[in-house]
Ligand binder design. Structure first.
Ligand code: ROI
Length: 167
């Protein structure tokens, strides 16, 4: 039996009504077995990281208390992505819904299927800023989220991230 763990999930979408995709996914996360949605960030708009010839993204981060193992949780997240008929034509291209397992308690996981902490999260404002909103004192790889945010090198302040209000 696995004890309760606190997991953080990154949500992203940039096609097919992305705000609705992310809102819907947040409510679906709340229904996962052996999970309780304990916090969700505001919804953010962000410039694409990676190929620029694609629509802007909508991003958010959620905190889940879970008794699922990391891989069982990953299975659930991938099933949700499939329900959103995720289309993935090319690497780092547009997607209807991306659900990334960012953190799972204090676990360090390095397997072919899953790396936790998510290997790119400390370089992505669209993960760090929403995460800091719901977990201000969290540290990742021994450093506070604010330190990672300050280190991001981008032509756009905070990689063009905007918190959306009234959506
Ligand atoms: N860029 C932004 N801004 N938001 C994302 O969620 C996102 N997801 C991705 C890539 C294509 C790397 N870029 C992104 O997978």
């Amino acid at each position: 039996m696995i004890s309760v763990q606190l997991a953080y999930i990154g949500l992203g979408s940039n096609i097919a009504s992305p705000i609705e995709q992310v809102r819907q996914a947040l409510s679906e996360l709340a229904t996962l077995p052996l999970c309780r949605l304990v916090a969700s960030s505001s919804i953010y708009a962000s410039r694409p990281v990676g190929p620029q010839d694609q629509p802007d993204f909508i991003n958010a981060v959620a905190a889940l208390e879970t008794r699922l193992s990391p891989l069982a949780l990953l299975d659930q997240l991938q099933a949700l992505e499939q329900q959103h008929r995720r289309q993935r034509q090319r690497h780092w291209g547009p997607r209807t819904l991306d659900l990334d397992l960012l953190l799972y308690g204090d676990s360090q996981i390095n397997t072919p299927r899953l790396s936790v902490p998510h290997p790119h999260m400390t370089a992505r404002a669209f993960v760090l800023a929403p995460l800091a909103e719901i977990a201000p004192s969290l540290h990742v790889n021994q450093a506070p989220l604010s330190a990672w945010l300050e280190r991001i090198d981008s032509p756009h302040p905070n990689q063009g991230l905007k918190r959306l209000t009234e959506v």
